[in-house]
Design a binder for this molecule. Structure first.
Ligand code: GLC
Ligand code: GLC
Length: 819
């Protein structure tokens, strides 16, 4: 279904944007390991190494006017009339005869043409390298020989992004570059404390260069009227202080129909010792070697092929075909792709996250793992250990940490009383995926415990899990429900803060003394975690510990059923004064989504009809055609005792907006109730691929989930915000793969227990699991939602249950009949 702005090319795994003036800039990411780039459909964005805050290579001014200027630009000068244009339209916005942006897996290809010249720019980071390549193809589509002159452009950042923007009295004096033919080296601070620099090179000979922003752009000019392209000649400027940039001038003579292909190479280079070839002269040999490598014929193309196989390999772990076009496309390609982005970047760098404010979140990264672990289990393993090491010995966790240092951020600290429990979910997901119980005894100490030299940390990952369970048990309030601390999953429900000062954080500005505010959502999450821990202990042959977890579950469940049921749904919390939150007793915020999701997933309401009733209440009070809103009625006035949630306009974000992340929990609960029709329909209401016919309202990328969509209380109902870096990615993948299609990794093998729409006649999935490939066909002759009537493995009828993993990896054929 093509729209005004583009369409999916499912075969190529691309979204094709067909006009540059999208409702908002539409983003893609380059990179999969350490070097990452943000790249919009007009070439906007920046590049960083590992940490968007501490190692930013190129500059980008967030929320600029106009939006999204600054990036990987090519300027082209028309040899007939001297007009300057960009194949990606920006920054000149000169009219193009044609424009196309192909958003692909780890790459973006922008092609623009004007007056008989076409320029295509394919940008990507080869797997395993700290190199960003722009393969440029220039083609003369006219009938006469053309002289095409073209300039590259990036603006270098001084690595530490916040300092780069704020400490101008220093930064404007330190800029330094070295130019060596087509190689431009940004070497600021290399003289003293840095052992790395940035290379920006060109694989073909250049006819000029610039490295001073003032020389290339001007002082009073904007990027759209940069001086050098307008004048038609590079100046050979060498930056001293001020603002270094990288720009090459390339001059091509192209006969009719002729094409030339070359590349620009942007690389993060760690030079190693010795740093200098002579006093004060940087050794740039490592950078020169990178450029040389990509000068070899076929090298760029070979890197491109490697990227393609990288993604083919990752995605082959889960591929399916269902009767629903949107679900199939998201499941096979875009949802998994987005899971990789959230795994790599957590909530750090997008068009809504500036790469400065937040590093990796404890709760966020644990949840992100749920959608990633099947792709690269080894990286998931390391991540779990890194995250666990930011937990303190008393059980609390640093809420965020910096990826470069892996150290917790002291400004935010801990005391979000849900954080630690997510570690149980990520660890057990890893165990079920891999069967690798060795991770449990892996030493990973606590962030506050000094380890003497030579001695490894004494705490194991399993100790961390126990500490997490114990922490919630120890921190309970008057209703025996878990205390909430600064906040639980909902950062904006701040029951202990009572903030009256505009300049303070809603979460951190001092907690009410001896507050007993409790969270029903954490109670539900705890129930779920206990069930996971019990299953884990059963699996490793520790029945007494499993029973201990079941007892903890029963005890908390009793508290939930006794104190959290409001009559038709589960309450959300008890505030510092002991008043219920999310209750019919209130005039606003009477029913919340999170506690319905988590109480049901934790097993509450299963035997007493409340689960069904809670879902009916969600349908009656919270569901909309654009997803399920977070609570109702929206808060219309600031309530000191509830905090930030009441600060947002009605219908926006946590205040009765549609927070797509938590919709997934309801979808999973619907699957548990066997309601596959409701689960898919509700999933589609937040699915970006299904938003194409309302794209003028929705506005964001149709290929990745957004964090929020405005709810009906907002005048812009249906408008999305904050795409890409959201827990929605991981959880919707769990919904689609494990909930609806029911392909569930387990300790004893792979279970297939779908909960599909009754209209589906079946579906197929190929799932790689512990080395073997399971080719699964599900038939639904009786058009039911749920219930496996027959299981045939490799042609043999077997009892319905987990399908064991073969000792030697092979293909396993599975046919499931529902009924
Ligand atoms: C953001 C935060 C996440 C939080 C959610 C709800 O997505 O990254 O940690 O749970 O908002 O407030
Ligand atoms: C979440 C909320 C945001 C809040 C932030 C604080 O992202 O959505 O509104 O300010 O958390 O951590």
């Amino acid at each position: 279904m093509p729209t005004r702005f583009g369409h999916f090319d499912d075969e190529a795994r691309e979204f094709v944007i067909t006009r540059p003036d999208t409702p908002l800039p539409w983003l893609n990411y380059l990179g999969q390991d350490d070097l990452f780039g943000l790249c919009t459909n007009t070439g906007g964005g920046y590049t960083f190494w590992r940490d968007a805050k501490l190692r930013r290579l190129t500059r980008y001014r967030y929320n600029n006017v106009p939006l999204d200027v600054g990036g990987r630009y090519l300027y082209v000068r028309d040899d007939t009339d001297g007009a300057v244009w960009n194949p990606g339209w920006k920054p000149t916005k000169a009219a193009l005869d044609s424009y196309e942006c192909r958003v692909g897996l780890g790459y973006t290809r922008i092609t623009g043409a004007r007056a008989g010249v076409s320029v295509s720019q394919l940008m990507f980071v080869p797997p395993g390298e700290d190199v960003e390549l722009w393969q440029v193809t220039v083609r003369n589509d006219s009938e006469r020989t053309r002289t095409v002159r073209l300039w590259s452009f990036v603006e270098f950042a001084f690595y530490e992004a916040l300092n780069d923007m704020t400490n101008l009295q220093r930064t404007l004096s330190i800029g330094e570059v070295v130019v060596d033919g087509p190689a431009i080296y940004h070497v600021t601070e290399y003289r003293e404390r840095r052992d790395h620099y940035t290379l920006f090179g060109c694989t073909r000979p250049v006819s000029g260069f610039d490295t001073s922003r003032e020389a290339f752009v001007g002082v009073h000019e904007g990027l759209h009227e940069a001086r050098v392209p307008a004048a038609g000649r590079a100046t050979g400027s060498v930056a001293r202080g001020w603002n270094p940039i990288g720009s090459h001038e390339v001059t091509l003579q192209l006969g009719p129909g002729a094409t030339e292909t070359f590349a620009f190479v942007l690389a993060y280079v760690q030079q190693g010792e010795p740093k200098f070839v002579a006093p004060g002269v940087p050794d740039t040999s490592a950078g020169a070697a990178v450029l040389d490598r990509y000068r070899q014929p076929g090298a760029v193309q070979e890197a491109r092929e490697r990227l393609r196989s990288y993604w083919d390999e990752r995605l082959s772990a889960f591929q399916g075909t269902t009767p629903d076009e949107h679900a199939t496309r998201m499941l096979n390609t875009w949802n998994q792709y987005q899971c990789m982005a959230t795994f790599n970047l957590s909530r750090s760098a997008s068009l809504f996250e500036t790469g400065i404010g937040r590093g990796m979140g404890f709760r966020d990264s644990n949840q992100d793992l749920l959608g990633f672990v099947h792709m690269i289990p080894a990286r998931a393993r390391q991540r779990i250990l890194d995250i666990a090491a930011t937990q303190l010995s008393d059980g609390t966790c640093y809420h965020q940490y910096q990826p470069l240092t892996k150290k917790g951020n002291a400004e935010i600290g801990g005391d979000f009383y849900d954080d630690h429990l997510w570690l149980v979910l990520s660890t057990t997901a890893y165990l079920k995926e891999t069967g690798d119980t060795s991770i449990l005894t892996e030493p990973c100490g606590y962030a506050d415990v000094e380890v003497p030299d030579g001695a490894g940390p004494s705490a194991s990952l399993l100790d961390h899990l126990e500490t997490s369970i114990a922490y919630t048990l120890a921190k309970r309030g008057p209703h025996r429900l878990p205390l909430i601390g600064h906040a639980d999953w909902n950062d904006c429900l701040n029951l202990n803060c009572f903030s009256t000062e505009p300049n303070e954080s809603f979460q951190l500005a001092g907690d009410v003394a001896d507050s007993q505010a409790e969270s029903v959502m954490i109670a539900g999450l705890f129930l779920y975690a206990c069930t996971e821990m019990a299953a884990l202990y059963d699996h490793v042959g520790r029945p007494a510990d499993a029973d201990r977890m079941r007892a903890a579950h029963a005890d908390m469940l009793a508290a939930v059923e006794e104190h959290a049921w409001d009559g038709a749904w589960y309450r959300r919390a008890y505030d510092a004064a002991g008043e219920p939150v999310g209750s019919h007793l209130d005039d606003e915020g009477r029913i919340y989504i999170e506690s319905q999701g988590w109480c049901l997933l934790g097993g509450a309401g299963a035997d007493n009809g409340r689960a069904r009733q809670a879902l009916d209440s969600v349908a009656a009070h919270l569901a909309t055609p654009n997803g399920i809103v977070l609570q109702q009625p929206a808060y219309t006035r600031y309530r000191l005792e509830l905090g930030e949630i009441t600060s947002y306009p009605p219908g926006v974000k946590e205040n009765a907006g549609i927070f797509c992340h938590n919709n997934s929990w309801i979808h999973l609960a619907m699957c548990r109730q066997g309601d596959g029709d409701a689960a898919l329909a509700s999933y589609l209401s937040v699915c970006p691929s299904a938003k194409q016919d309302q794209i003028d309202t929705y506005r964001l990328e149709p290929y990745v989930y957004a964090q929020t969509i405005d709810g009906p209380d907002s005048p812009t109902f249906g408008q999305a915000k904050n795409s890409w870096l959201t827990g929605t990615a991981a959880w919707t993948f769990v919904v689609l793969s494990q909930g609806i299609l029911g392909i569930q990794p387990g300790y004893d093998g792979l279970r297939v227990d779908p909960c599909i729409p009754s209209g589906w006649g079946g579906f197929t999935v190929t799932r790689r699991f512990r080395g073997s490939t399971f080719r699964i066909r599900v038939d639904n002759p009786d058009r039911v939602c749920q219930g496996v009537a027959r299981l045939v493995v490799d042609g043999v009828d077997v009892p319905v249950g987990p399908i064991g993993v073969p000792a030697e990896p092979r293909v396993v054929d599975v046919v499931v009949t529902l009924g």
